[in-house]
Write a protein that binds this ligand. Structure first.
Ligand code: DGT
Ligand code: CA
Ligand code: CA
Ligand code: ZN
Length: 592
């Protein structure tokens, strides 16, 4: 359930809702009803309605036009009417009233993973708990544990969930930060009083999550720039409004700092506020060794109060310290300065280097697009090939394919390719579950038939210990038909930590068996983490960057995976799907 974002979903303007949004609202209604303690029958109607709507393959527009919503199994009259209203107007009084009725504190509690509406209702009713703070107190004092149906274990689980919620709500996904920051920096650049404007901080370094946004502007009229900044659309609070620095909070909780400097100060300020802190510390040390002091204001002769040395841009700043310009993605205080000094920085892969991607879904499993629609989207991106890897049978929650359905899809893909209807070649794959003991979800015979096999864990990884999970993955990597390991740690950024796994051993097994490891580019995964790639690269493991697209537009998520590949220091040569079609066919061993 994607309930994580709902307590303060910004309602900037009224827009008709699409299917996914409506599904989310129905799910949320079910939870709100549970919190209120309504009858189970009513609640189930919304849950079933959400499931049914999510699964139907017909377009919502057509269903509504032809008045066929109620023909869907699980969608009754009351739900159908609400879906129509939401689809047409984007608003639903019933839903708005329900949200009003349920106190905010209780709605916040629904964001705690593993704490359902029913439990919230009980805790509220029996203990009078109505906020996250009082919930914590009730868990710590043993009051939750002593309730009927609860216990020490449930109380501990809720506490862990509370910790996670706190930990996670302080940061934001790279993709979310990017969407907020992009229009701001573009707007800044258009202001007549602005000479230069850049995003700095962790967003410029393309970190997978971002604490706050940092903007650096060169201008002689700071007041005008600040006035513009604090009055942006979506600013919910101005926390500072000064001449050199202003800070705001956007709806959704993301905060942003803007600093205005003079044009000569810009290179050093941009470098300083890009960070990271560790990188800055190393740079400052290097400057000192050369008799210079480096600060956000610029470079100055050590100890002197003389003039700052002027450099034209960041490149000049690095050059002055005997270094090649270091791409921001690498500025994490690792090996970047050492290698820059020797002019041995890797030539980082770029978005344009990619020729396709292998891990994507269609509506055969839990995707929203057809084969044709996915291929058309790949064609629009200029790709030469697209791999379809729908879920396997054990992922029943994702409508995983049976062996029979996979054989049919295989046939369909072969036909698609030979029809010549698209310039994009489709590779026929599967995202095959790695079962609890490391067995794969399909017969060896079927797996051997596929162009490639993506292996991944979807179930049970969190209930197993580190050795078990590690062995489970290694067994899959030893299977001759497996091509690559997808999202190796199962983490969901800001929602769920990785399952326990010994990545060094997994990487070694991938190397020993000639398997690739995915950088899953979905903004909540970005898994395998960029920090793990030094070992993988050194052992010769190829990366494969995949959008894990569940709809045609999802293919564009690839760019967040490219960000991670760059942070990992990877070159095009170290990534499988920068190969052209002929090379990829060879790599996959399919001349079909
Ligand atoms: P975030 O916002 O937590 O995702 O991470 P950053 O890296 O954007 O950190 P932030 O916003 O606190 O500061 C932006 C940059 O400013 C940071 O990357 C490096 C620089 N900076 C901030 N505080 C310090 C500091 O105490 N020492 C040094 N050397 N640099 C700092
Ligand atoms: Ca920041
Ligand atoms: Ca900041
Ligand atoms: Zn997938």
């Amino acid at each position: 359930m994607r309930i994580a974002s709902y307590p303060d979903r910004p309602q900037i303007e009224i827009m008709p809702k699409d299917r996914d949004e409506i599904v989310e609202i129905l799910e949320e209604i079910a939870v709100l009803l549970q919190i209120k303690g309504e009858n189970a029958f009513k609640i189930r109607a919304y849950e079933n309605g959400a499931r049914a709507l999510e699964r139907t393959s017909d377009s919502l527009e057509v269903l509504i036009q032809e008045d066929r919503l109620q023909d869907i199994d699980g969608v009754g009259k009351a739900i159908a009417e609400k879906v129509v209203t939401l689809f047409q107007t984007g608003k639903l009084d019933y839903y708005d009233n329900l949200r009003e009725e349920v106190p905010e504190g209780l709605r916040e509690m629904a964001r705690i993973s593993g704490l359902g509406g029913k439990s919230i209702h009980k805790i509220h009713k029996e203990l009078g708990v109505e906020s996250l703070d009082s919930l914590r107190e009730a868990c710590e004092s043993g009051r939750v544990a002593s309730m009927k149906g609860f216990g020490e274990k449930s109380a501990a689980k809720i506490l862990k969930g509370l910790d996670n919620l706190e930990k996670f709500s302080q940061r934001h996904l790279l993709s979310v930060a990017e969407e907020v920051a992009r229009p701001v920096v573009e707007g800044l650049r258009k202001l007549p009083s602005v000479q230069r404007a850049e995003i700095a901080g962790s967003l410029r370094r393309r970190k997978e999550t971002v604490g706050d946004l940092d903007f650096i502007v060169a201008s002689d009229e700071p007041e005008a720039v600040m006035d513009w900044f604090v009055s942006r659309d979506g600013v919910s609070e101005v926390t500072a409004h000064g001449k050199t620095k202003s800070s705001v909070r956007f709806e959704g909780g993301l905060q942003a700092d803007l600093r205005v400097v003079s044009d000569v100060e810009f290179p050093a300020a941009l470098h300083h506020f890009t960070g990271s802190k560790d990188h800055n510390v190393q740079m400052r040390k290097r400057a000192l060794e050369q008799g210079l002091s480096l600060s956000e204001w610029g470079l100055q002769k050590k100890g002197g109060d003389g003039d700052y040395e002027s450099v034209a841009d960041e490149e000049g700043l690095f050059e002055r310290l005997g270094l090649k310009w270091i791409p921001p993605e690498l500025r994490e205080g690792g090996w970047e300065i050492q290698r820059s000094e020797k002019d041995e920085l890797p030539e980082l892969v770029t978005y344009g280097d990619f020729r396709g991607a292998l891990h994507n879904h269609t509506r055969a499993s839990d995707g929203k697009g057809t084969l044709e629609e996915m291929a058309a989207a790949a064609e629009d991106l200029g790709w030469e090939y697209l791999g379809i890897a729908d879920h396997s049978r054990s992922s029943f929650q994702a409508n995983g394919l049976s062996e029979e359905r996979l054989y049919e899809q295989l046939e369909q893909i072969r036909k698609f390719n030979s029809s010549g209807q698209s310039s994009v070649h489709i590779f026929a794959g599967t995202e095959c579950d790695i079962l609890k003991d490391g067995d794969l979800d399909f017969s060896d015979e079927l797996l051997a038939e596929m162009d490639y096999v993506v292996a991944s864990i979807h179930q049970g990884g969190f209930g197993q210990d580190k050795d078990t999970v590690t062995r489970r993955i290694i067994r899959a990597l030893e299977h001759p038909s497996v091509t690559l390991l997808a999202h190796p740690t199962g983490r969901l950024l800001l929602q769920r930590d990785p399952y326990p796994v010994d990545l060094a051993k997994v990487i070694d097994a991938a190397a020993a068996n000639g398997k690739w490891i995915e950088i899953n580019a979905h903004p909540v995964r970005l898994d395998l983490d960029w920090r793990e790639w030094d070992r993988a690269r050194d052992k010769g493991v190829l990366a494969c960057v995949n959008p894990d697209a569940h709809r045609p537009e999802g293919l564009a998520h690839l760019r967040y995976g490219v960000d991670m590949a760059r942070k990992a220091g990877l070159t095009a040569g170290e990534i499988a799907n920068t190969r052209n079609l002929a090379e990829m066919k060879k790599l996959l061993g399919c001349g079909k």
